[in-house]
Design a protein around this ligand. Structure first.
Ligand SMILES: [Zn+2]
Ligand SMILES: [Zn+2]
Length: 173
């Protein structure tokens, strides 16, 4: 398993009776998420993923847990950013029902698509923007320098460059 290919678990092959459960630990490399139009990367060689499968009277109750380090460009300063994501997702699949709420999109013909599920779970767990740190100061509007490289208020341009300051000066004269 792993290597970026599809990772599936054959639920029927587990031959669980109603009330029985199985736990599988799978290492895989899911497709990397896209957030806010930015393609991110998954830093881990392989993401260790734990899948719990419980047989119910009418189908399966599924749980997926994993931790992954996602990396990309900071949305404010464009510097490198990394975030550790923990996912804990659940699905129910009852093959005999017509209720779409009780069908899992990750189960098809008794095969659970673990990599697709993990990819979506990571995407859902991500914030709207990836930041290098929560208080990233971003880039200077005037010269594009990273304001993280300066003490707060230390990076300034001549007031004359900013028309708002010129106006203020006129008013105070
Ligand atoms: Zn940043
Ligand atoms: Zn500047």
């Amino acid at each position: 398993m792993g290597g970026g290919g599809q990772v599936t678990i054959d639920l029927d092959a587990l031959a669980l009776s109603s009330g029985e459960a199985a736990r599988l630990d799978v290492a895989m490399r899911p497709r990397a998420p896209v957030v806010g139009g930015e393609q991110l990367a998954i830093a881990d060689e392989d993401v260790q993923t734990r899948v719990d499968i419980s047989r119910t009277s009418s189908g399966f109750a599924l749980r997926l847990r994993a931790e992954a380090v996602v990396s990309g460009a900071c949305a404010r300063c464009l510097g490198p950013a990394e975030l550790r994501i923990a996912v804990d997702a659940r699905e129910v699949d009852q093959p005999s029902t017509d209720d779409p709420e009780l069908r899992s999109p990750y189960v098809d013909e008794g095969l659970l698509a673990v990599d697709a599920w993990l990819h979506d779970a990571i995407t859902l767990a991500l914030p709207k923007q990836l930041l290098c740190r929560p208080d990233c100061a971003g880039l200077c509007d005037v010269c594009g320098a990273s304001l993280n490289d300066f003490e707060p208020g230390e990076h300034r341009h001549e007031p004359a460059l900013d028309p708002r300051f010129a106006k203020l000066r006129e008013l105070s004269e």
